[in-house]
Write a protein that binds this ligand. Structure first.
Ligand code: SAM
Length: 219
């Protein structure tokens, strides 16, 4: 199964780029105007599970992946780890690298938020994040810390290239990406923030960055 640049046609609910842009510009208010006055039906009912037409785990395994691995640098919370499995499944990442103290499946606490995505997303454990970085660099991955750092590139200005593989490192909930890892990265990407808090939750960060890469590379 192939989705380089576009989604496989047979995955009906997995929209094509054209579908994603179908309602571009139409505001919710405009769509409401088309409401059938007798039934008050907006035509926007929530889809049932069987209408989502998701791929099976076997089909997912065969599907072409986003050329991107997510590296977790000593992430403590198993709920965060599980949520990143689920997010990685949604964007069809190549692999999740669990480093250092980052817990590994199978684990009940990881499953609570992964909801089965530990079965679909390939994962690998490394004793240390530096070991993962070394291996991934040898495989041709560009090593990127997703972190708040001096000299970072803001996410909105980063332009991923089609022929490049990316390893995105997310850091520990308290300490962030470790200093020893920051010394060996190729690039650092930061998500701009406009509120009072120092940082985003790691899972939120992963969701924002993965969607941004997906949209820039595939749409
Ligand atoms: C809760 S943050 C770590 C704590 C943070 N370093 C601090 O000192 O407040 C966990 C991870 O989420 C990611 N993260 C959170 N906010 C971010 C932002 N604005 N830009 C890039 N990455 C962010 C980073 O990978 C970070 O290591």
């Amino acid at each position: 199964m192939h989705f380089h640049g576009s989604f496989p046609a047979e995955l009906k609910r997995l929209v094509s780029p054209a579908d994603l842009n179908a309602n571009k510009g139409a505001s919710y208010r405009e769509k409401r105007k088309k409401t059938d006055e007798t039934t008050n039906n907006t035509g926007m009912e929530k889809l049932k599970l069987d209408e989502l037409n998701r791929v099976s785990i076997e089909e997912f395994k065969e599907q072409e992946k986003l050329p991107l691995v997510v590296v977790l640098d000593n992430v403590r919370s198993m709920h965060n780890i599980g949520s990143i499995f689920r997010t990685g499944d949604g964007f069809a990442i190549t692999q999740l690298c669990l480093c250092g103290i980052t817990a590994q499946p199978p684990h009940r606490e990881i499953e609570k938020t992964a909801l089965g995505a530990t079965q679909s997303v390939d994962w690998k454990h490394y004793e240390s994040t530096l070991e993962a970085v070394k291996a991934l660099r040898e495989e041709g991955y560009l090593i990127i810390a997703v972190e708040q750092a001096s000299g970072s590139t803001m996410l909105n200005t980063f332009k991923p290239q089609q022929d490049q593989k990316y390893a995105l490192i997310f850091g520990n909930e308290v300490n962030g990406v470790s200093d020893e890892v920051m010394e060996v990265i190729d690039e650092c990407i930061e998500i701009p923030q406009f509120g009072t808090k120092h940082s985003f939750n790691i899972v939120i960060s992963a969701g924002i960055v993965l969607w941004d890469f997906f949209a820039k590379l595939r749409l």
